[in-house]
Design a protein around this ligand. Structure first.
Ligand SMILES: Cc1cc2nc3c(=O)[nH]c(=O)nc-3n(C[C@H](O)[C@H](O)[C@H](O)COP(=O)(O)OP(=O)(O)OC[C@H]3O[C@@H](n4cnc5c(N)ncnc54)[C@H](O)[C@@H]3O)c2cc1C
Length: 382
């Protein structure tokens, strides 16, 4: 076994860290308070190759793998989880769905500009009445002359307002349940397709989470993505990879919260000494570091399996997502405690991590759903 990163991977970590500290860190509270989507850094993310990390160079990508992808999401999220989730939804949900299941023509047309970062992507599965039970999708696509007519609404779509390309799931054959759901590629500006309400959120406030609405949206047949009726099954495969990115998001935020708490513990003096001299604080830091390390191992193992590509890593990516997101919540909670009253104040970094990490136990399948997925794999159930 080899737990070390290659020189190239370490270099990637350094460059993403430098970028995040120089270009993102100075703005995070201003973006957070204003719920400002940081469109101004999208070209820089593109220039660094972070919008096409896991796609081959022939489609405009960086030609790297999931290990590098996790490094990038971890480093962005260590500074700001909002940027982490913007990049994650674009890469492993939207672009990857087209890359994995699109025709050659669709890949050339959509994956290339998405991977180059000249276009931004979003992915719409969740609906108001179909969250954990995404098979209960209600948005419909009925055959119309030369294509399909879409009607319905999606909710909680990351990048919904800013995306140029959207992959959305809709029911094409109601009678066969989840086997009757198909995927479609929508483009900004298509008549009948528009973003709806932008959510006002607890955390990750600089990321955009929106409704996506289809009202008599007519699309040509060429916009169907993958086989008819395979949209739900393909979504589950896409989520196998997506969950690794949510694990990386939680990992980065946990690391950021831990580092902030450690630094503060050394500086803050009470009873004539640094609070880091108190064993109660030392034990908190030791537990945080140990749990983060375990989460990191699970996350990179899932990424390594994804890169091997010879088997589905459903169980391992769910385990990484479940454990890392719950560790991130615990670590952010303890980090805030280390800051005492200042942890509650917005001039210090702890409260933002505390708010932001919670999404990790919810997005791309809640912790409860991850346990169901893992148990099904353990018990060999469908
Ligand atoms: C910030 C943010 C960004 C998101 N981005 C996207 C995106 O880009 N694209 C997208 O498609 N979706 C996105 N989502 C949606 C997200 O994936 C869903 O919110 C999530 O899957 C849960 O669905 P729900 O909110 O409807 O909760 P529900 O399914 O209503 O769940 C409510 C509670 O019931 C529990 N529960 C439900 N079913 C079971 C069960 N069978 N057994 C045990 N417990 C159960 C859940 O775990 C949870 O605790 C995003 C959500 C948020 C908040």
């Amino acid at each position: 076994m080899d737990f070390s990163f290659t020189d190239e991977q370490q270099q990637l970590r350094r460059s993403v860290r430098e970028f995040a500290e120089a270009e993102i860190a100075p703005h995070i509270m201003e973006w957070d308070e204003a719920s400002h989507f940081p469109q101004e850094i999208i070209p820089q993310l593109a220039k660094l190759g972070l919008l096409g990390l896991i796609f081959p160079e022939e489609y405009g990508g960086a030609g790297l793998g999931y290990v590098e992808y996790v490094i990038a999401i971890e480093e962005l999220s260590r500074v700001d989880g909002s940027v982490g989730i913007i990049v994650a939804a674009h890469n492993s949900l939207c672009t990857n769905h087209i890359y994995k299941f699109g025709t050659e023509e669709q890949k050339k047309k959509y994956v290339t500009p998405l991977a180059q970062g000249t276009k931004l992507g979003c992915w719409s599965l969740t609906e108001p009445e179909a969250g954990s039970d995404a098979g209960g999708t209600r948005t419909t696509a009925v055959p119309a002359e030369g294509g399909w007519l879409l009607n319905g609404a999606k909710t909680f779509t990351t990048n919904g307002h800013y995306a140029d390309v959207c992959v959305a799931m809709a029911v094409t054959d109601r009678e066969v349940g989840s086997h009757g759901i198909s995927a479609f590629i929508l483009e900004k500006g298509m008549p009948g397709f528009k973003p709806g309400k932008k959510e006002n959120k607890l955390g990750l406030r600089a990321s955009d989470t929106s409704e996506v609405i289809f009202s008599d949206c007519r699309v040509p047949s060429a916009q169907m993505l993958g086989e008819r009726g395979k949209g739900f099954i393909n979504s589950l495969q896409i989520l196998d990879g997506g969950r690794i990115s949510i694990a990386a998001l939680g990992l980065g935020m946990a690391q950021g919260a831990f580092e902030a708490a450690t630094k503060y513990a050394k500086q803050r003096k009470q009873f004539g000494k640094s609070i880091s001299d108190f064993q109660a604080i030392q034990f908190k830091l030791a537990d945080m570091a140990t749990e983060i390390d375990a989460a990191r191992l699970l996350t990179y193992r899932a990424a390594w399996l994804a890169d091997k590509g010879d088997a589905r890593m459903t169980k391992e990516s769910s385990m990484a997502k479940l454990y890392t997101s719950e560790v991130a919540v615990r670590v952010a909670n303890e980090a805030l405690q280390v800051f005492g009253g200042y942890g509650f104040i917005k001039d210090y970094p702890a409260e933002k991590f505390y708010r932001d990490v919670k999404l990790c136990t919810i997005g791309e399948g809640t912790s409860e759903i991850q346990r169901l997925v893992i148990a099904r794999q353990l018990l060999g159930k469908k």
